[in-house]
Structures are given as C-alpha cells and as structure tokens.
Ligand binder design. Structure first.
Ligand SMILES: Cc1cc2nc3c(=O)[nH]c(=O)nc-3n(C[C@H](O)[C@H](O)[C@H](O)COP(=O)(O)OP(=O)(O)OC[C@H]3O[C@@H](n4cnc5c(N)ncnc54)[C@H](O)[C@@H]3O)c2cc1C
Length: 308
C-alpha cells in the first residue's frame, strides 16, 4: 500500500504558547507544519495583564503574544510553517496518518497532530454549584477595571485569574468577596495573604434578582448547610474553564485529555492536558515535547522503515 500524501508532517491545532512552541520545535527539526488557529496567535496570553512567572523578563501576556506572532511569521517566511485561520472540530488517528476535520468539512492529513486548544471559559449555567438566571450579567473578572466595580462585588469562583487581577491592580483597595467552592480551595491559598480578598467558602450559590432595586441577591450555602444572603451590586465570573477538547480525543472523567490515552499519532499539549500545570511555561515545554515525542517515536521509526 502506498503512503498517503500528507498536508504536513505535523498539524498543530491552536496557536497559543503550546502550539507556537510546537511549531518552533518542528521547524528546528525540519518538519513541515500547518498551524490551525481559530482566533488570535497567543491564545490566552491576550488576557494576562501581569506576569511574574515567566523566564525572559516578560511582564505582560500581550507583549509575549506579539513575540509569538513574530515567531510564526518568521517560520512562515522560512517555508516550514503555514498558519491557517480555521476552526478544527475533530481528530482521528490511523495506522499511516492522522486526520483533522475543520468546521467547513475540509479534512487535513498529517503524520501526526498536536492538539493545543487549551480551555474555554465556564459559564454560570455550566457550573454545578451555581444556580443563576439566564440573564445574569457576570463579566469575567480578568477584564474588570477596578474603577468599574461600584458597590459590593462578589466573584464566582477562586480560579487563578484572581491572583493575576490582584497583581495587575496593586493600586486598588477594592474588596473582592470570593465565593469559593471546595474544588477551588487549593487555588485560594495563592491569594490568602491579600487583605483585599474575603473568601466565602460555599457548597452552593443561588443568585436571583431582588424584588426591588438593582443588583443581585446572592444566597450562599456553606459546607455545613448554613445559608447567608447578601445584597450584591456586581457579580463577576471567575469560574474557571472547561477543556476545549475536539471530537475524537479520549477525555478523562474531568474532561481533560491526557496524552498517554490518545492514538500514538495524536499528542496533547498545554492546558488541554490537565487541570493542573496550566501555566505558560509548562504549555511551551509540553508543546515542544509533543513534537519531540513524535519525532523520536513515529517519524524516525518510519524513516528507518520500521512498522507503521
Ligand atoms: C486571566 C488569566 C491569567 C493568567 N495568568 C497567568 C500567569 O500569570 N502566568 C501563567 O503562567 N499562566 C497564566 N495563565 C494561564 C496561561 O494563559 C495558560 O496556561 C496558557 O495560555 C496555556 O497555553 P495553551 O497554548 O495551552 O492554550 P491557550 O493559550 O488557551 O491557546 C489555545 C489556542 O487554541 C485556539 N483554539 C481553541 N480551540 C480551537 C479550535 N477548535 N480550532 C482552532 N483553534 C482553536 C484558541 O483560539 C487559542 O489561540 C492565565 C490565564 C488566564 C485566563
């Protein structure tokens, strides 16, 4: 049987830190790549207002995103990489190829696929510990300017952007009341010393419109079942994320996609791997490693004529 003709050696889905690191590593190994990106190169970096855990003296996400976009431009100029603006919907692995289906029905074929689609923001309707009306206006915490937060502000969830927001706005003395379910407790320790945060441990939260006046009524049930009711001006969404998995990937119980559970031609990089380890540096490392794993595994074996 003849080998299929491939659109690329490696198809990379997502041009966040993980996907761009994968493309850079692939080009260094002289592998042809197509990077498929539905939004902006840099992914979540565009919303990281303040950075303090990146080697290289990067202090904001958008600056780093711009540098990654330049990396992709350079790779495109060298002929090793093509950036395609498109949304992927499904992957499949086969003995001799991996296939990626786009939302317009087009199918791309590669020797391997690196899926680095990251995570998508959870809405209140998707969080099982929140009951809220459909028209609840809960803008994301990361985008909230301190000056826009009038009155009592409650934050749904203690996900990591809380720490980033506090670092990004050292000048504000605004108090954030953070409704924290048991699943977020391990994240809350990061901000425990900041006296602008009031943690409210909860097992369930019900948000309703008050009979009179504006704002919201928040009923918080704590872990012993005791209920407290608060009149709240602003509710912000900091619920965290759900993995942006593509059809055809094997997901664990939590929805994340461990690489060792996928077809050998399909690798996972970045935030999509696991709820833990969601950092820019680890995303970059895993993107580069996904390509190396393919290179030392499938690519060299096939180049030497060993079983497909
Ligand atoms: C508010 C906030 C603050 C943060 N602060 C920090 C911090 O201070 N330090 C730190 O280390 N980390 C921080 N993080 C986490 C960090 O941003 C992520 O760990 C990192 O961006 C993950 O990189 P990634 O490449 O896996 O995913 P992403 O950055 O999410 O990139 C995924 C890319 O895939 C694209 N994509 C998704 N689905 C598809 C599809 N179906 N088809 C095509 N393209 C698709 C997206 O458009 C996106 O560009 C923060 C995150 C947030 C939200």
């Amino acid at each position: 049987m003849s080998s299929p003709s491939y659109d690329a050696d490696v198809l990379i889905v997502g041009a966040g830190p993980a996907g761009v690191a994968a493309a850079v590593m692939a080009a260094s190994l002289k592998l042809r790549t197509v990077v498929i990106e539905a939004g902006l190169t840099g992914g979540k970096l565009h919303v990281v207002g303040a950075l303090d855990n990146m080697p290289g003296n990067w202090s904001t996400g958008p600056d780093l995103a711009q540098a990654l976009a330049q990396d992709l431009q350079r790779l495109q100029g060298s002929g090793w990489c093509t950036l395609m603006q498109a949304r992927a919907v499904a992957v499949s692995g086969h003995d001799d190829r991996a296939e990626l289906t786009l939302d317009d029905g087009q199918v791309l074929t590669g020797q391997a696929i690196v899926v680095a689609t990251g995570v998508a923001a959870l809405t209140p309707a998707e969080a099982d510990w929140v009951t809220a009306p459909d028209d609840l206006a809960a803008p994301p915490l990361w985008r909230a300017a301190p000056d826009s937060l009038a009155g009592r502000t409650y934050v749904l969830g203690a996900d990591r952007p809380l720490g980033t927001w506090l670092r990004a706005h050292p000048e504000t003395s605004k108090t954030l009341h953070v409704l924290c379910p048991p699943t977020d407790e391990y994240k809350a320790t990061e901000v425990a010393a900041d006296d602008r945060v009031r943690m409210v441990p909860v097992s369930h939260v019900t948000i309703t419109r008050p009979a009179y006046g504006g704002g919201w009524t928040v009923e918080a049930k704590d872990q012993d079942g005791e209920r407290k009711v608060y009149a709240v001006t602003t509710v912000l969404n900091n619920l965290g994320n759900r993995p942006a998995a593509l059809e055809g990937l094997t997901q664990g119980e939590d929805g994340y996609c461990p690489t060792d559970r996928q077809h050998p031609r399909i690798r996972i990089a970045g935030d999509l791997r696991s709820a833990r380890y969601q950092r820019i540096v680890t995303a970059q490392g895993s993107g580069a490693e996904a390509v190396l794993a393919y290179y030392y595994g499938v690519a060299l074996r096939e180049a030497n004529g060993v079983a497909k």
